[in-house]
Design a protein around this ligand. Structure first.
Ligand code: DAH
Length: 358
C-alpha cells in the first residue's frame, strides 16, 4: 500500500530524473514514465478507486498534488531546455558579417543602391541625411503630424501596434518616415534641409505591398520657402534619378501634415514587358509632397508666421523596380542569391553624379 513516504520518495525520484534530462526527448521520456497512461504516478492514481473512503481522503489530494508538482517540474525544465536549444541554434546558424566581402559574388541590394543614389542627388542640393527609430511612439508617428487621436487617416496606415506598456502607451512600428521630420524640427534650428531614408511597416501583403518597405522622406524649413521651391527641387531630383528628362505633373491630394498637398506623377509608357519613364501619355504616381502644415510646425515649437517649409515622401522599393525593371516587389525581400546576383550592384562602384549614378 502506498503511503505519504512513498509519495515523497516518488517526487524526489522524478525531480532528480527531470533535472538530469539533458534534452527534450529525454525529458519527454521521464514525463511519460511518470505521467503517461502507463506511467508510475498514473498507475497509483488508478488504485484510488480500490481504497477505503478514509484512505482516499488522504491519498487523493496527495496523489493529485504529486501529479501537479511533477507536471510543473517537467514544464519548467522544458522551457529551460528549449531556451538552451534556441541559444545553440542561434550560435550554430550565426553568420560572421565582419568577414571580408567576396567581391566576385557580393552585391549591393537594389534598395541600398537606390537609397545611395537618392542621397547623392540630394546631397548635391545641400541636403543632409537623418535617421530615426523604426519603433516609434504615437506622438511622432501620428499626433505631431496633425493626425489627432481618432482621426480616420490613422486607420489607413494599417499600423502594427506593440502591446501597451506600463504607462498605457502603445508603441508602433513606424508606418512612414515622416516622424523623422518631427524629430529633426524638435532638435535642430532652421534652416533645415534633410532627407530621411529608412524602413517602414504596414500590415499589408500582396503583389505590390510588403509588410516592411522603404521610404525616403524630405524636409526643408526656412524663411520664405514656397511651393515653387518644392516643385523645382522635386523636378530636379526625378530627372537626376532616372538619368533622363522626366515630365512631371503635380496633382492636388490630401495629407494631414501638409497644406496644400500634392502627388507628383511622372510621364511613362509601356514598352512590351517593360516600362519607359519620361515618354508616353500615361501618368504614374511617384511621391507625396506639400507645404508643411502650420499645426505640424507649431507641434515642433516653430512659429508658422516666421518659418515655412515643404516635405515629401516616396517609396524606395517601387522607384527601384521602375528604374531597374524588376517585376515583383516580393522578390526584393526573398533573399534569393540568384536574384541578387542578377539585380545587385557592385559594392566598388559607388553612385556618384560625375560618373553617372548607375
Ligand atoms: N508619409 C506619407 C505616406 O507614407 C508620404 C508623404 C506624403 C510624406 C507627403 C510627406 C509628404 O512628407 O509631404 O503615405
Amino acid at each position: 500500500m502506498t503511503d505519504m513516504n512513498d509519495i515523497a520518495a516518488l517526487k524526489s525520484k522524478f525531480a532528480g530524473l527531470i533535472d538530469e534530462a539533458n534534452d527534450l526527448p529525454a525529458l519527454d521520456a521521464v514525463r511519460v514514465a511518470a505521467l503517461g497512461k502507463k506511467g508510475e504516478i498514473s498507475g497509483l492514481m488508478s488504485t484510488l478507486g480500490k481504497m477505503s473512503p478514509d484512505e482516499k481522503k488522504v491519498m487523493g489530494p496527495a496523489l493529485n498534488g504529486l501529479k501537479k508538482d511533477v507536471a510543473l517540474l517537467v514544464e519548467t525544465r522544458k522551457s529551460v531546455l528549449e531556451h538552451i536549444a534556441l541559444e545553440a541554434r542561434l550560435a550554430s546558424e550565426s553568420i560572421d558579417i565582419s568577414l571580408p566581402v567576396n567581391i566576385k559574388t557580393g552585391a549591393l541590394h537594389p534598395v541600398t543602391q537606390v537609397m545611395e543614389e537618392m542621397a547623392v542627388i540630394f546631397a548635391d542640393m545641400g541636403f543632409s541625411v537623418k535617421e530615426g527609430p523604426d519603433i516609434e511612439d504615437d506622438f511622432h508617428n501620428f499626433t505631431a503630424l496633425n493626425f489627432p487621436p481618432g482621426h480616420p487617416a490613422r486607420d489607413m496606415h494599417d499600423t502594427f501596434f506593440f502591446p501597451e506598456d506600463e504607462n498605457g502607451e502603445r508603441k508602433v512600428l513606424r508606418t512612414h518616415t515622416s516622424p523623422v521630420q518631427i524629430r529633426t524640427m524638435m532638435s535642430e534650428e532652421p534652416p533645415i534641409r534633410i532627407i530621411a531614408p529608412g524602413r517602414t511597416y504596414r500590415c499589408d501583403s500582396d503583389q505590390t505591398h510588403t509588410p516592411m518597405f522603404h521610404q525616403v522622406e524630405g524636409l526643408v524649413i526656412d524663411k520664405g520657402t514656397h511651393m515653387g521651391h518644392l516643385k523645382g527641387c522635386l523636378m530636379e531630383f526625378i530627372s537626376a534619378f532616372f538619368e533622363t528628362d522626366v515630365d512631371v505633373q503635380f496633382r492636388p491630394h490630401h495629407f494631414p501634415f501638409t497644406e496644400p498637398s500634392a502627388e507628383m506623377d511622372v510621364r511613362y509608357e509601356r514598352k512590351g514587358e517593360s516600362i519607359a519613364i519620361g515618354t508616353g501619355d500615361k501618368w504614374m504616381e511617384i511621391l507625396g509632397c506639400g507645404m508643411v502644415h502650420p499645426n505640424v510646425l507649431r507641434a515642433c515649437g516653430l512659429d508658422p508666421d516666421v518659418y515655412q517649409g515643404f516635405a515629401f515622401g516616396m517609396g524606395v522599393d517601387r522607384l527601384a523596380m521602375l528604374k531597374y525593371g524588376m517585376p515583383d516587389l516580393r522578390d526584393m525581400f526573398n533573399a534569393d542569391p540568384r536574384w541578387l546576383s542578377h539585380y545587385g550592384f557592385s559594392p566598388l562602384l559607388q553612385a556618384n553624379l560625375a560618373a553617372g549614378l548607375s
